[in-house]
Write a protein that binds this ligand. Sequence first.
Ligand code: GLN
Length: 236
Amino acid sequence: MAVGVLALQGSFNEHMAALRRIGVKGVEVRRPEQLESIDSLIIPGGESTTMAKLANYHNLFPALREFVNSGKPVWGTCAGLIFLADKAVGVKAGGQELVGGLNCTVHRNYFGSQLQSFETELSVPKLAEKEGGPDVCRAVFIRAPAILEVGADVEVLADYPVSSDNLPSMATRGEDKEDNIGPLDKVIVAVRQGNLLGTAFHPELTADTRWHSLFLRMGEEIGERRLQCITTNSDD
Ligand code: GLN
């Protein structure tokens, strides 16, 4: 299974290193045609506006959308999660181009600026269920986004309580009226929807490789299901 890592900007080296730690050699992806030869894709964290500009420069958006729609596994971390969201708020004037596919609304800078970056322990029962180990994981939030709303087809893997400390300031809101967030008691920070995985934090910056293993397992499960479909159809 060839695992691609979008290598335009941001923490792609760290994802490559995390994959190496579990014995997988990732493939750095910079051009649309490279998407044809990989089985799954990680979109790293970084800065989503810059990443979108670079993706546009390399004409990657159509191929990225096609990849997402093909049903192959895609994992977006932080800026990568913003890329995958169907809708983003708190974006700069002029908008933010998205790949889309993940049925959710994301706030691009929910947790604030670099100075408000933090580390915490998150409860993720699904991670322990699938990969073993404790049902908490260390999570690094850097200028992090948060998911405000998800569609019915989205499984919430982890959420985070809203407090006066992490309510987005005016400075991190965009100019859109829709950016005015209603009362929420928690925000969502990890989700899965079919072939798509999204985390608002950076698992590649911790020693815990269970998120990378979980993502690879998603690929195996999806591959097996496809195979079953082909076999069942050919039995007809
Ligand atoms: N909030 C950042 C953005 O808009 C993402 C931060 C990150 O990926 N660490 O792109």
